[in-house]
Design a protein around this ligand. Sequence first.
Ligand code: FES
Length: 183
Amino acid sequence: MTESIKALVERRVAGKSLDAPFYTSDEVFDLDMKAIFAKHWIFVASEPEVAEPGDALVVNVGTASIIIVRDDEGEIRAFHNVCRHRGVRMIPEGATMIGNIVCPYHSWTYGLDGKLKFYEHMGEDFKPGCNSLKSVALRSIGGLLFICLSDNPPGDIDEMARVMERIWPPITCAKLVLPIRQT
Ligand code: FES
């Protein structure tokens, strides 16, 4: 933590609003990204939002763009939304349905398991197996989807899973169907 952020924290008065820089400073934003969003489990969606194979959702977590997708075997996966060729963001933010993940730039094509399936002009020593999409840690707890951008996700998610699954039955697609409103 830098001296200027320490000074901001020390100036904080209990029971009062935080100083404006807590909301507006780039330095505070960067610290927030590094200390919280890059290291901890973050809730991003619920299972019914990717109910069927090919259902995908692109969410922004801090400065990262993440693809949440249900693959052909029904497993939900998370990948960085970054093409391994030239780093392009491949799918815009929001919900969509896809058969593959296709980069709009030079059409590199990845399966829903993240494996590179199609590419061109890469030479004989190119290894497609080393160019899968970068996966992101994902856990479903009671139908709620959490991701962690760290390569070493903290284990506190296990305790949360124990507590939540004891008190909260899993959300299923059927439970998300809302009754038709009578007019
Ligand atoms: S940047 Fe994605 S295919 Fe070239």
